[in-house]
Design a binder for this molecule. Sequence first.
Ligand SMILES: *Cc1c(COP(=O)(O)O)cnc(C)c1O
Length: 231
Amino acid sequence: MHNIKLNIKNIQKNIADTLNQAGRTDEVTLIGVTKTVSSEMAAEALDSGVLDLGENKVQELNKKYEVLGKKARWHLIGTLQTNKVKYIINKTTLIHSLDRLSLAEEIDKRAGQNNIVVDCLIQVNISLEDTKHGLLKEDVPLFIKEVSKKFKNIKVRGLMGMAPFEENPEDARPYFREMKALFENIKSLNLENVDLKYLSMGMTNDYRVAIEEGSNMVRVGTAIFGERNYD
Ligand SMILES: *Cc1c(COP(=O)(O)O)cnc(C)c1O
């Protein structure tokens, strides 16, 4: 038995408590990460008030979109191949994984064909692990400048990052702090066509620490739906 409703209640309470303790009065968006879970379970999360759902694969997002459609706000949180942009272009609320100009060019082109502006986060490789995608911290400001100047059908709305997995979530804190500093630094540049609002960081193991360090968007899978089964 899974207890999606109860799990979500607990997480929402943890988020509220953490915000309180940090003296914050703003809000954190909880994204339910539904990769590998059924559409029925995703629907249960929606019924429990989690309206933002995250998928890391285009095909899986599309499968659930066919069932749930616009009842959910869809977040593409995984690596996005350029040739798959066309399948999700008018479905996402937010693409979290913009990390290269070739991808920006394709998103801009498809968005233009659909007459929409697509909200994106820039993925930052904060942990410097080979397996993690994303731009190096020092390359982010110039990348955002270029995207916002060249691609009018893309709106950069913030940053996304992943800390390395640590047994002790305390050890992820320095990475989150670095992300927040970068976020504030870029905001202070007041770039044209850029409206930084979202700092997407924190997962099951470390979302509380991420919120303490300034995250306002957490992506939580396991703590809602249980351990994933990849077969
Ligand atoms: C799977 C995934 C998550 C959620 O991970 P959990 O540890 O299950 O909460 C968050 N972000 C990304 C990019 C993911 O791929």
